[in-house]
Design a protein around this ligand. Structure first.
Ligand code: TMP
Length: 257
């Protein structure tokens, strides 16, 4: 039976995405929802059209990163809300790279938001929603067997490469890449284990500020009730030159659930 007509097995449902079984072994279909959460899931909402935009934005950035040799799970976009990805074993560590102080770093250390860091900082968080994704060190990661020292080195160097490349790419369209979160997976290929970039890269997991006005163009608009959330995601897509046609977007209607 045609893959498109066959009922698909749901593998996992997260806050912003659903993973379905893919058409071939070792593949998954990643579906982007409009649902959004913040503040450890206590704040929930819907940003109409977000899934369509994040699917496009993440496709664009993953393809670009693939072109400079960063291995990613992305294979191809299937439609407005879905992309085909390689099935990897997700490493339960979130890697955050920061260039400018914002968010939890500002709160934790009492440093003013907007302070430019002397060098990029890489942080690790244990991917465990029930615990609110606590910050951990490489000692915790290796002691609890979440990743090996070699895998940590690989995640660090890939994250810094992604940071260098994306900082330049966003600067080219008038946006500062303040910080972002990456996830990685393990993939066996010809008996060799590889670390690949997984999840998504979008305004959901990046902070992007306008170069001239410092206006926030990312999920902080939702987290901090700044309004015009969908418009900010649209503007990022527009500046990247990938604004999808025929998409249905909210204007003043970022509905709070
Ligand atoms: P933070 O300042 O809240 O620690 O977030 C740093 C960056 O990482 C910011 O761009 C948002 C992103 N992030 C996620 O995408 N998911 C998460 O669970 C966390 C903690 C951060």
């Amino acid at each position: 039976m045609n893959f498109r007509l066959r009922p698909r097995r749901r593998i996992y449902e997260g806050k912003g995405k659903v993973l379905f079984e893919g058409p071939d072994p070792g593949t998954l279909v990643q579906y982007f929802k409009d649902d959004t959460t913040a503040c450890n899931n206590t704040k929930k909402g819907v940003i109409t059209g977000k899934g369509v935009l994040n699917n496009r934005i993440s496709e664009y950035l993953m393809v670009k990163l693939g072109e400079i040799g960063v291995p990613t799970h992305f294979m191809r976009r299937l439609n407005m809300r879905e992309q085909l990805i390689r099935r990897a074993e997700i490493i339960p560590v979130e890697v955050v790279v920061r260039n400018i102080v914002a968010g939890s770093l500002s709160e934790r250390l009492g440093i003013e938001e907007g302070t430019v860091l002397p060098r990029s900082i890489v942080e690790f968080y244990y991917k465990k929603d029930e615990l609110g994704n606590p910050m951990v060190s490489d000692e915790h990661i290796t002691a609890f067997g979440w990743a090996s020292p070699m895998e940590i080195d690989e995640m660090m160097s890939l994250s810094l490469r992604v940071n260098d490349y994306l900082s330049g790419l966003f600067l080219g369209i008038g946006l500062k890449l303040v910080d972002f979160k990456l996830e990685f997976g393990r993939l066996w290929d010809n008996d060799e284990l590889h670390i690949i970039l997984a999840d998504e890269i979008s305004p959901d997991n990046c902070r992007l500020w306008d170069v001239k006005t410092n206006e926030k163009m990312d999920k902080d608009r939702f987290r901090r009730d700044l309004g015009k959330v969908a418009e900010a995601y649209q503007e990022v897509a527009r500046r990247l030159g990938i604004m999808p046609e025929n998409a249905v977007f909210a204007t003043e209607s970022e509905k709070q659930k």
